[in-house]
Design a protein around this ligand. Structure first.
Ligand code: BG6
Length: 501
């Protein structure tokens, strides 16, 4: 529940006709308006290269919001209200004239609104435009604190934030030359997911977990983000990115830091950020020569998902016929600190996997003494605590019980908490929360400069190792499976198996 409304704001979306704007940003803004969470004075200016008038963009936005809104049917009156405060500027992202138009539009909007609106520049473009946009914003005086207006400009930047440690550091430098750190919001939409935010609530609003959340009780942790979708028309982007950059550097390492960080002394943004940073810095680097031991790359071939035949990655639009880009990654990570010494963290993520499944599973150690072997032949299964991020949002605890009856059988059962059953409500979209937080000036759910650089430090070593090794023989897993066999072998080395459900 928000107690304060954001100050009057104008949101400037660069890449206003792109996928992110269509599928996420515009529907999120409509939803925020419906929930009366937008500021009383709120305007949108879209910028993109497409030649559209204000009215044409309004129609475009209307169609996309109606199609993509998570709450249906869409209320036309509310939608029209949002669109009546929406404008469009057609311009290349590196063209000064477009920004001059933008500057005068901003002044006009302030005049007609009768109030000086805060400016929020949202970079929802492909990453290659981040630098030119920031540079032209700076050249045209739009980035700096506007003395007359006494309102700072904020900047929101989508991922991927850089391609490696060096480029991420340079991008940070450029941004901080032109904006103050507290006005910078680097987006990782996973942090806006309810279930991801709940990791900290679950860990620190309950007294009983902290004492067992460590190497004494936990055997290993598995973090999975499996997707059944392929690259969905983003072949060109994916060829440049690959899964390590697209998912691991950001989403997966964010999940890891939340589940493994030390308890913070408060929920203040800097405190949490500090703990996450410490955790990322305590990850043992996987040195380039160690990548064959601790990492697995995969690329999907053609296959079948839920009865539908789907093409292999190399057949996707925008992808090279001999592409060596990975669409799957598995890693064995180690954290060198007192809490986690000797506890492996197995991380995996991939496209075109058997099903959608994002979760963090903490596998506890086996019982110290196995009492039941006489009757049952095996030891009890390990207890597993699963934080289910999506699609079945909730938390499950797996434990062993005696099956009723006179024979001595043991069975594994689950205690299951489900958001849907307990709260009878749809979970909000991550972008609704994140856009609102940017307007409110709350950066708790946004990765910070140091954290991003620390995660790139870990990832860049792996990239270096991969560049030096002969690539695997791709494709090495079929669409609709749980990934390459090498990933099973990575687990088997430690006598473990992936939790595939
Ligand atoms: C994005 C990646 O950041 O996250 C996509 O670029 C991926 O490749 C997506 O599909 C997954 O997000 P979600 O919210 O659907 O799990």
């Amino acid at each position: 529940m928000y107690l304060t409304k954001p100050e009057p704001s104008t949101l400037i979306i660069f890449g206003a006709t792109g996928d992110l704007a269509k599928k996420k940003l515009l529907p999120a803004l409509y939803r925020l308006l419906s929930l009366k969470l937008l500021p009383d004075v709120f305007n949108i200016i879209g910028m993109a290269t497409r030649a559209l008038s204000d009215d044409e963009y309004r129609n475009f936005a209307k169609v996309e919001i109606v199609k993509n809104s998570r709450v249906q049917p869409v209320d036309n009156a509310k939608l029209d209200k949002l669109l009546s405060r929406t404008w469009f500027i057609s311009s290349p992202f590196d063209n000064r004239a477009g920004y001059e138009k933008l500057a005068s539009r901003l002044v006009d909007i302030d005049k007609t609104s009768g109030v000086k609106c805060g400016r929020l520049f949202y970079l929802a473009t492909p990453p290659s435009f981040f630098v030119p946009i920031i540079e032209v914003l700076a050249q045209t005086g739009l980035s700096r604190k506007d003395a007359e207006q006494e309102q700072k400009a904020k900047i929101v930047i989508e991922k991927p934030f850089g391609r490696d440690k060096t480029s991420a550091t340079e991008l940070n430098k450029l941004i901080l030359k032109n904006f103050d750190e507290e006005e910078v919001y680097r987006i990782d939409h996973y942090l806006g997911k309810e279930t991801v935010q709940n990791i900290l609530y679950f860990r620190f609003a309950n007294g009983i977990y902290e004492p067992i959340w460590n190497r004494r009780y936990i055997d290993h942790v598995q973090i999975t983000a499996a997707e059944s979708i392929g690259v969905e028309g983003r072949g060109k982007y994916f060829e440049e990115a690959g899964t390590l950059r697209d998912m691991v550097q950001n989403h997966i390492l964010q999940l890891l830091s939340l589940v493994a960080m030390e308890p913070p002394i408060s929920m203040d943004a800097e405190v949490i950020r500090g703990k996450k940073y410490e955790l990322l810095k305590s990850m043992r680097p996987i040195e380039p020569h160690e990548t064959p031991l601790y990492t697995v790359r995969g690329q999907y071939g053609a296959g079948n998902i839920e009865g539908v035949n789907v093409p292999g990655y190399r057949e996707e639009e925008g992808v090279g016929k001999e592409s060596e880009t990975e669409t799957y990654v598995a890693l064995k990570a180690q954290i060198d600190n007192w809490r986690w010494a000797g506890v492996p963290f197995y991380l995996r993520t991939g496209k075109r996997m058997k099903q959608n499944l994002t979760e963090i599973a903490l596998h506890f150690k086996e019982v110290p003494h196995c009492l039941f072997t006489k009757n049952i032949a095996t030891c009890p299964e390990r207890n597993v605590l699963t934080l289910k991020i999506q699609p079945d949002e909730g938390i499950a605890f797996q434990f062993n019980v005696k099956r009723p009856g006179s024979a001595n059988y043991m069975e594994t059962v689950k205690m299951d908490f489900s958001y849907k059953d307990s709260f009878k409500t749809e979970l909000p979209e991550a972008y609704e929360r994140l856009i609102l937080d940017c307007m409110l000036g709350d950066s708790t759910l946004f990765p910070h400069k140091e954290g991003i650089e620390a995660s790139w430090e870990f990832i860049t070593k792996i990239l270096g190792g991969w560049a030096n090794q002969p690539p695997p023989r791709f494709p090495n897993y079929s669409a609709g499976t749980w990934g390459p066999q090498e990933a099973d072998a990575l687990m088997a080395q430690g006598g473990r198996v992936w939790k595939n459900q």
